[in-house]
Design a protein around this ligand. Sequence first.
Ligand code: MN
Ligand code: MN
Length: 394
Amino acid sequence: MPSMEGQTARPAGKQITSPDHHLQNEAQPGPTNTAIEGENPSSVWGPLSDNGSMMPFKYPFSLSHKEIDSGGWTRQVTVRDLAVSKEMAGVEMYLTPGGIRELHWHVQAEWAFMIRGKARITAVDPEGGKSFVNDVSAGDLWLFPGGTPHSIQGLGPEGAMFLLVFNDGNFNEFDTFLLSDYFRHTPKEVLAKNFNVAESTFDNVPAEKLYIFQSELPRPLEEEQKQAGDSTGNVDGKFVFRPSEMKPSKVTAGGSVKIIDKAVFPATDIAAAIVTVKPGGMREMHWHPLSDEWQYYVAGKGRMTIFNAAGAARTEDFQAGDVGYVQISRAHYIENTGTEDLVFLEVFPSPLYQDISTAQWLAHTPMRLVDEHLHTGEEFLKKISKDEAIVVPL
Ligand code: MN
Ligand code: MN
């Protein structure tokens, strides 16, 4: 007998799956936030297969506090917002044309995805002490290893909107090592000795942190690359990856996926997949044996059920701007429930991408044995493809 736990609150004998069913109001007479419920039909009346208790695994960036500065704004979703997201955190940031995210570093690695506009990014390569200066535009990625100092500046005409992902749920964007803080909190005589100049050189170090601030547009890229890399050279493209220049890792009639891990982007210790699912299509049932998965919904609408041990399962709905989170080895699918393409990012705190496809698992197990568990008949099992689809063919 399947457990009926968690289903007792539903009206007996009725399978209610539609959020606008008239019984919804009768069964739930109290105050209700109709806008939020309208966006989350799977929370209001989830599929009857949902069961038991599971931590929420969705957090919309729209609920995050937005920190606004002269050169742009930022907001974050961390383990303090989404309790299940222990291994990863994310930040959305917008920089105006000329707006600068102050030179800084942090303990965690930073993986980034450009959403809109253009930016100039800089870093110093910890391996060879060489300069990295590059321009990125919509769709490009970058990766700065933990401890690597870097900066981001918005370019014209629209500035830069991007996503940052960190391999630590406890990351705090408002708590990084800032260049201005660093110099302000080092004795002036030490600064003078370190650089062998007069103490007065540091008289104008800002009295407050800069963090995000408005500036002029940078100088031409070639000029800044040449000056910063003079005599030691540049590391060129080491920390940047342009998915637009790679072929999809997998294409089916239902969508496509680009997998970007250490195998194609050697600088990264954070693997990712960019997934596109057509209307009616689905990212197939699977799980990831190496690490948790942090998701960002770029476009469209979808729903995801996560299956946990002990028969627990929960379904939540997602749309552009939402964060989703799946713990290591928990099975899940993502179905396009909208009318346009669903585009989302899967990001992993692991250098390599790996998944287990449910279909592939069954196809590679003696069908006699599987049939003894699922009672589907061997004809069905014989037809399952031995190749992983990733996105179910429509
Ligand atoms: Mn950073
Ligand atoms: Mn996944």
